[in-house]
Design a protein around this ligand. Structure first.
Ligand code: FAD
Length: 572
């Protein structure tokens, strides 16, 4: 089993009321199809594509052939296009449903699923900001799944700090595809940067246009966005070459390249929209990718939890405390193993719930400013919490498997390796924390008020449900502590508010998760008894074992501790 379908159905229908976005039959059909294809075509090469890493041969990257075969089926079933409007050749499915479908593929084989994730986000960005001609030339072939896409932001010297991008774009005329430029520079870490599974590759590249004196503008305001295809519209090779492949710990099926643009006379690219808008436009792709990363991280943790539960039922070891002799029991009989399973369950079901909640906001944010503000606030949490806690669930999975978990014979070690990327790419945890504290809280608190109102509403509802009253009280108290901490941060002069941004993000994420667990527990009251029992137990675990981790973190932040800021570099 890749994910618990009952849980997914509960989240989508009982909790998030997906029927207000799409009819139940359509949602069920897409999920049935996704679950089947993920199990048959993606899971089937999970180990193979980990072992058969991408190779660079005569300038061309070759990936494990099973990946291309799986993605051809994905395209044939219309899954690349599913989320696009019918007018753009899609099925017009809500993002929420696409996100749930994607979770199956990420659980089965996240490295293979990364190709469509990037392709769809790339095409959507061109559809939003590009011209009609650019859409027809570069987005349409991606929507059918014939071409794949990349996002080229990072450079060897510019990772977290994109202001330091040095790729240069020089104007080269105007044609039917818009303003044409010649690009030169190096892009590092490019996922899907080259492969032999699609007919062409559309790179979306951040670069700077030099001023009249030939120097590149400072900061992010000077960054523009360019479409740079591997093969030009006339079928010839563009001036983009693979300088090397990165040999990764996990996610190995996704070819990861150092790309050189313009080694000869400049790579041809067309500007998307206006100059200087590149980072703003790219944020659409990055925000989508951030929720996608969260879903992937949740799904990787989720499958490791299901594998753990199965293993714990099968593995016989030891006897209950105080019992001598007799047959050994399954390890699931040991409370400590059940504690680990509960911790995983609280992490992975909670992480999936958070990401689907955000996916639903994506569907309504376009027309609802409140939902847009709430989504903005929760996006760094949706990227980070599942990345950190999905990974923690993977770690626990290895522990539950004992020595067998430490071998390559079981999937849990690979799931851990795959998930270890997620706190790093699409903005590290530290960068998400700065985004949360800075842009999302201190500079614009609109989302915060909306979140507070939702938390109060859930606490009120839970207060009337027998057995949940204490949790309702604890949630309201935790939220008060968060808002009090934010007041302290507001009082911090200058950048010191950011010094302990990551502990704050961890505390904030845990309170958001407590809210979502309580909200699920309330919604599960009407669901089937077995599911409701599981939700209640995991909710109780979260409130008894996880929420108490919040006060020390917030106390550290409110103390304005400068222990890290004041630590001299020389002591390390
Ligand atoms: C497998 C993989 C796939 C990737 N795919 C892509 C892709 O497709 N396209 C793309 O453009 N990029 C991609 N990336 C790049 C990825 O987004 C970067 O690795 C990431 O943004 C971090 O940049 P960096 O590696 O240069 O680390 P650095 O920026 O050097 O960061 C190192 C550490 O310093 C911390 N740090 C840095 N700056 C600050 C600061 N101002 N304040 C506090 N802490 C800070 C970070 O949090 C981190 O812990 C990928 C990376 C990997 C590993």
């Amino acid at each position: 089993m890749l994910l618990n379908r009952r849980d997914l159905d509960f989240l989508l229908h009982d909790w998030l009321k997906a029927e207000t976005l799409a009819d139940r039959e359509t949602v069920d059909a897409i999920l049935d199809l996704s679950e089947k294809l993920a199990a048959e075509a993606f899971l089937s090469h999970y180990k193979q594509s980990d072992v058969e890493e991408p190779r660079l041969e005569d300038g061309q990257v070759r990936i494990c052939p099973a990946i291309g075969a799986a993605l051809a089926q994905y395209a044939e079933l219309g899954l690349f296009s599913a989320g696009f409007p019918e007018a753009q050749g899609g099925l017009g499915l809500p993002y929420l449903v696409c996100a749930a479908s994607f979770a199956f593929f990420a659980a089965a084989n996240v490295a293979t699923a990364a190709y469509p994730m990037l392709t769809v986000a790339n095409a959507r960005l061109i559809a939003t900001f590009g011209s009609e001609a650019q859409f027809a030339a570069f987005a349409a072939p991606q929507i059918t799944g014939r071409w794949f896409g990349t996002m080229c932001l990072s450079e060897p010297q510019a990772g977290s700090s994109l202001a330091d991008v040095r790729t240069c774009a020089v104007h080269d005329g105007t044609d039917a595809l818009g303003e044409r430029y010649r690009l030169a520079g190096n892009k590092m870490w490019i996922s899907g940067g080259d492969q032999d599974a699609s007919e062409n590759i559309v790179h979306l590249v951040l670069a700077k246009v030099p001023g009249p004196d030939g120097t590149l503008p400072e900061g992010t305001a000077g960054i523009s966005l360019f479409i740079v295809p591997k093969l030009l519209p006339d079928g010839t090779r563009n001036d983009v070459s693979v300088a090397g492949l990165n040999h990764k710990m996990g996610y190995r099926g996704t070819a990861n390249c150092l790309l050189n643009f313009g080694e000869r006379d400049g790579a041809t690219g067309w500007m998307v929209g206006a100059p200087g808008q590149g980072l703003r436009q790219m944020f659409q792709m990055m925000n989508e990718a951030r929720i996608g990363v969260g879903i992937g991280a949740a799904a990787l943790g989720y499958r490791s939890h299901l594998l753990s539960a199965r293993y714990a039922r099968e593995r016989l070891q030891g006897r209950p405390v105080g019992q001598r002799g007799g047959a050994p029991v399954a390890i699931i009989e040991h409370p400590d193993v059940r504690r680990m399973l509960l911790q995983q369950k609280a992490y992975v079901e909670g992480a999936l719930a958070l990401c689907l909640f955000c996916a639903r906001l994506v569907d309504t944010a376009e027309h609802d400013a409140d939902d847009a503000a709430l989504l903005g606030l929760l996006t760094p949490v949706a990227k980070t919490w599942p990345s950190e806690h999905g990974l923690a669930a993977n770690d626990i999975a290895i522990q539950i498997h004992g020595g067998y978990g430490y071998t390559r014979d079981f999937d849990v070690e690979q799931l851990w390796r795959d998930n270890r990327l997620n706190p790093i790419h699409e903005g590290t945890t530290g960068i998400q924390a700065i985004d949360l504290v800075g842009r999302k809280i201190l500079y614009d608190g609109a989302g915060l008020e909306l979140l507070g109102a939702r938390i109060v509403k859930t606490a009120e509802a839970a207060g009337g449900v027998p057995g949940l009253e204490a949790h309702a009280y604890a949630l309201a108290a935790a939220w008060q502590s968060v808002t009090a901490t934010i007041e302290v941060l507001r009082g911090c002069a200058g950048v010191s508010a950011f010094d302990n941004a990551t502990p704050f993000l961890h505390a904030f994420g845990h309170v958001v998760m407590a809210w979502l667990w309580l909200d699920q527990a309330v919604a599960a009251e009407g669901a089937d008894a077995e599911l409701a029992e599981g939700k209640r137990h995991a909710c109780r675990f979260f409130f008894e074992c996880e929420l108490p981790k919040v006060p020390p973190l917030l106390a550290f932040v409110t103390s304005r501790s400068e222990v890290a800021a004041a630590a001299p570099s020389r002591i390390f």
